[in-house]
Each structure stands twice: as structure tokens, then as C-alpha cells.
Ligand binder design. Structure first.
Ligand code: MN
Length: 205
């Protein structure tokens, strides 16, 4: 079996129109097909430069190469997680977490409502381009909320289990500058099953 040594854009686990009205078909298509694709292309371009430089024994500016590679790979990873932790409202999306995740959230935050409030505040106050993320701290095994700058490649020892993209490109077509409305509607499409599965994987390590 040959393994591709380049990255490719993963297909969405639902149709482009499936998350409306939280995210319109146009917004989701642009975000996946243009923005996410650009991170995939960017990562591949750096890998190609590295391959060619090695073949021709050419020196590269490694600092800028690696920074660019990490940025694009971070973008690819975060977007892939984002698509997976959403589902159409009422068909896997929305509601409240059950099982272990539900228990851990109530343990940490007192209630799901309190968690939702804190996560919403984190998403609304993320400066510049970034993400709000629910993580599992591998040191304390507590489910902690984080604000991630750009694509956050430096999140150790936090295992990310849920993300919300708050870069402007994630909501501007549908919401213009009203990020708060976008964040409010995100709760209707959270796929808690996926988040629970990620929690389960993280707890095993
Ligand atoms: Mn994005």
C-alpha cells in the first residue's frame, strides 16, 4: 500500500447546507473549500520546498519554513476537528453532553449552563484570529476551556476535545461582525458524541 506523503482536504461529514441556519451553505462551503483547503495547500507547499531543497542540497531558512509548516498543519488539524465536532441540529447536533463528558463538565463547572456561559465568554473575547477550545488537562485530568491563538500548535499538556473557530472568516458571510450571535448558534450544532469520544481517547492516555 502506498501512503500519500502529502496532505489532502478531508470531506465534511455532512452536506454543505446541513448546518443551516447556524451556518449557511455559502459560509460553510467557503470556509471548507477555500480556507481549509489553503492550509492543506500551504502545508504541502512547505513539504515540497523541503523535499526539493534536500534533493538539490540547497539551504533554507529553517526557522521560517518550520513556522509556516506548523501554522498550516495547525490550521488543517483544527479545522478537521471543528467539522467533526459539529452535526446538523437535532440530528446529532445540539442539546447537552451526556455520559462521562456530561459528568465531568458538571463536576468542573457546577452545571452545563455555567460551562456554556464560560465557553461563550471565551469565544467572544478571543482577540484577533483564534479559537475557543475545550481541553482535557493531562496533568490534572480537568476539562478546561482555553483560548487558542491562530491555530495553537503549543497546547501541550492540554488535549483538545472540542473547538470553535472564531476567526472572522468563520462567520463573516452569515453574521458580519456579530460574533456573539454566531457563537450562540454554535450550541445548536455541537456534536457531543464526537466530543465524548475524544474525551474517552484522551482519558486512555
Ligand atoms: Mn477557519
Amino acid at each position: 500500500m502506498t501512503v500519500s506523503k502529502m496532505y489532502s482536504l478531508p470531506a465534511l461529514p455532512y452536506d454543505y447546507a446541513a448546518l443551516a441556519p447556524a451556518l449557511s451553505e455559502e459560509q460553510l462551503r467557503l470556509h471548507h473549500n477555500k480556507h481549509h483547503q489553503a492550509y492543506v495547500n500551504g502545508a504541502n507547499a512547505v513539504l515540497e520546498k523541503l523535499d526539493n531543497a534536500r534533493k538539490g542540497n540547497i539551504d533554507l531558512d529553517m526557522k521560517s519554513m518550520l513556522k509556516e509548516l506548523a501554522f498550516h498543519l495547525g490550521g488543517n488539524r483544527m479545522h478537521t476537528m471543528f467539522w467533526e465536532n459539529m452535526a446538523p441540529a437535532g440530528k446529532g447536533g445540539g442539546g447537552a453532553p451526556e455520559g462521562k463528558l456530561g459528568e465531568m463538565i458538571v463536576d468542573e463547572y457546577g452545571s452545563f449552563e455555567r460551562f456554556k456561559k464560560e465557553f461563550t465568554q471565551a469565544a467572544n473575547s478571543t482577540e484577533g484570529s483564534g479559537w475557543a477550545a475545550l481541553t482535557l488537562c493531562l496533568g490534572t485530568m480537568r476539562p478546561l476551556i482555553m483560548q487558542v491563538e491562530k491555530h495553537g500548535v503549543n497546547t501541550y499538556p492540554f488535549k483538545i476535545i472540542m473547538v470553535l473557530d472564531v476567526w472572522e472568516h468563520a462567520y463573516y458571510v452569515d453574521y458580519r461582525n456579530d460574533r456573539a450571535k454566531y457563537v450562540e448558534n454554535f450550541w445548536n450544532v455541537v456534536n457531543w458524541d464526537t466530543v465524548n469520544k475524544r474525551l474517552f481517547e484522551a482519558l486512555k492516555k
